[in-house]
Design a protein around this ligand. Structure first.
Ligand code: HEM
Length: 342
């Protein structure tokens, strides 16, 4: 008994140390920055300390989706909004307090993000099963993968071991999450800043195969795309008319429309087909095809034709996004409550 305890803490120490070492030497051991598991994260991180972590996340999400199919989309988006602001460190989840200015009130997040109660529920179940072990940042990464899988999308080996930040950045959230009316050049720049390339941009935009957007995020396209009171000429006529009735010129800002009108709750490649048919909801998606950058145009066509290729690239790019500047080893902490620093 005593021996196995010693052995267990030895393994945990080795795991912690290896993640710290790899943070200092990201090229060693687990692949380079674009490989699967860089920066000291690795899929077996909870193998001994909380082997049921993924099952718990999957089971909470499965129940939530049965009540509200949009929940998968909302949780997938949380991981993106977390990772683009000071890395995948659950800074997104912190509430306002004496020391924290919450990212939840940024322009891209306020009145928009949802699913925080679901993260609390996952955390509570994980705390029951394995107290103070699974970080909130890893919960977001596990939930994003679970959302994809439970909606019919690809699965992937998910590097784990992220720790939680003790800080948040409201300005980082306002400045690093691309707005929906972005030009293709802006999108490329925002992604490049995070170490992500054009393939990642197009593949990850495929996350818009599930979920919805509020009228306020695409209204400009219907009434005044270029400041001349004219709609976006790239919108297909009938789709344009449907959107106008869902999103009137004044009021209705919180009315919602599906991002992928063909299959809003199914993770598939229809959102890319819709772009070819000029039925993409957000400008930021449409410009991947109309924005005159050969590489992104080619990828949109490719993914529209070949769902398998889209799934493969999406999975790879999710791992890459999930590797953005994680806190590992002795940095940060494992929060007890995802909304508060310990
Ligand atoms: C490329 C830049 C991106 C832009 C400009 C963008 C913008 C948006 C906007 C404006 C909405 C609707 C928000 C609202 O109505 O309040 C949205 C929803 C969503 N986004 Fe993105 N997004 C981007 C990338 C991504 C990425 C990388 C992912 C995940 C891999 C993602 C996943 C989602 C999902 C799943 C929803 C629906 C959420 C729900 O229904 O609750 N987005 N996005």
């Amino acid at each position: 008994m005593a021996f196995s305890k010693v052995k267990f803490s030895f393994i945990v120490t080795i795991l912690l140390l290896s993640s710290t070492t790899l943070l200092a030497h990201p090229g060693s051991g687990w692949g380079g920055p674009s490989g699967s598991g860089s920066f000291g994260l690795f899929p077996e991180f909870y193998q001994f300390s909380c082997p049921q972590a993924n099952d718990i996340v999957m089971s909470v999400l499965r129940k939530a989706i049965a009540k509200d199919s949009r929940m998968a989309a909302s949780l997938l988006r949380l991981h993106f909004h977390d990772c683009f602001v000071q890395g995948c460190d659950a800074s997104l989840l912190l509430e306002d307090s004496a020391k924290i200015v919450s990212e939840k009130n940024s322009v891209p997040n306020k009145n928009s993000l949802r699913g925080f109660e679901m993260v609390d529920e996952m955390k509570a179940s994980l705390e029951d099963a394995c107290p103070q072990t699974v970080s909130c940042a890893d919960i977001l990464a596990l939930a994003a993968r679970a959302s994809t899988v439970l909606s019919g999308g690809p699965n992937w080996e998910l590097p784990l071991g992220r720790r939680d930040s003790k800080t948040a950045s409201l300005s980082g959230s306002n400045n690093n999450i691309p707005p929906p009316n972005s030009t293709i050049q802006n999108l490329i720049t925002f992604f490049k800043r995070q170490g992500l390339n054009e393939v990642d941009l197009v593949a990850l935009s495929g996350g818009h195969t599930i979920g919805v957007a509020r009228c306020v995020t695409f209204k400009q396209r219907l009434y005044n795309q270029n400041g001349n009171n004219q709609p976006d000429q790239t919108l297909e006529k009938n789709y344009f008319l449907d959107l106008k009735s869902a999103c009137p010129g004044s009021g209705g800002d919180n009315n919602i429309s599906p991002l992928d009108l063909a299959s809003p709750a199914k993770f598939d490649n229809y959102d890319f087909k819709l772009l070819l048919w000029r039925k993409g909801l957000l400008t930021s998606d449409e410009v991947l095809y109309t924005g005159k950058v050969g590489k992104t145009i080619h990828l949109v066509k490719r993914y529209a034709e070949d769902e398998g290729r889209f799934f493969e690239h999406f999975a790879k790019s999710m791992v890459k996004m999930g590797n953005i500047s994680p806190l590992t080893g002795f940095h940060g902490e494992v929060r007890k409550n995802c909304r508060l620093v310990n």
